[in-house]
Design a protein around this ligand. Sequence first.
Ligand code: BTN
Length: 328
Amino acid sequence: MIRFQEDIYLLLQWLKKGKTHLSGEELSSKLKLTRSALWKKINFLRELGYNIDGQRSRGYMLIDTPDIPYPWEIDLEKSSLWKELIYFKEIGSTNTFAYSLAEEGAKEGTVLIAERQTGGRGRLGRQWHSPPKGNVYMSLILRPKIPPYFAPQFTLAAGVGVADSIRKVSGVTPEIKWPNDILLGRKKLSGILTELKSEMDRVSFIIVGIGVNLNSGLDDYPEQLRDQITTLMAFTGKRFNRNQFIKVLLDCLEGVFNLLLKAGFGAIKKRWEEYFCMKGEDVIISFERGILRGKALGIDESGAFLLRRMDGNVERVLSGDINFLRSI
Ligand code: BTN
């Protein structure tokens, strides 16, 4: 687990500013460190993947910064929501870890990001395959003062935030499949798993877990998944700077959560419908105890899915797995 470290942040600031070598003497006096403490920090950064040239006569120069979301690489200063970023090289599931941190009192706006997950979880008890190499596995701790039945609205809002960020960085407009699968070319690019702890009338916290297949190749996934999923790189043929994407994503998410709290769900619903790809389509919904068929109408004012059955009755659906009928 890697948390923000002020001295590492400051050292990197100097190294990033310096277009040439900075002497060890200069750096250690600027940072008020002994020469050997400075040397240890330079080595720590090298172990994390920073390419730092060191020459006895000239000092240190940063050659290359890895595209890894270390807490000091993602600036949260300008945000009024995001407070702390914690990075994991490997974890079971960021959602599971975030849940226990939240139970221990972690503050709202804590962001967990992992390079890879060994036990990534999806909706409906499914597995979320989480290979390393440039994807995003992120969990957010939120503590909105709302009753539990408003929580699904946060999931739908998060879907809009993810779709906005994909559009912003790639110029490609994704689609949303209810409740919040983000699709490109009808294949899954991103999924959201929201979990909450609540009392009868008030949420204590919500964990919004977001997985985005950003830079992995399709061959990083098991064969049986390859025709159902896509990655932004596979779809566009381009590699995306992950740290840049994470900044845009956090920004877009803050935007939609603020919109939800200030303007209400109506404003999110309108934005969500711009991305919704099932309106008017024949769909099939699978539940634990059976299936339903009908026409997708959209969502209602609480975020529930509306399905027109063959007999004309409209059914409100609160959970389940929806698919296009023709793709079955
Ligand atoms: C889905 O579409 O089924 C939801 C997938 C959610 C995956 C993310 S990855 C980060 C976070 N940690 C998890 O274990 N799951 C979520």
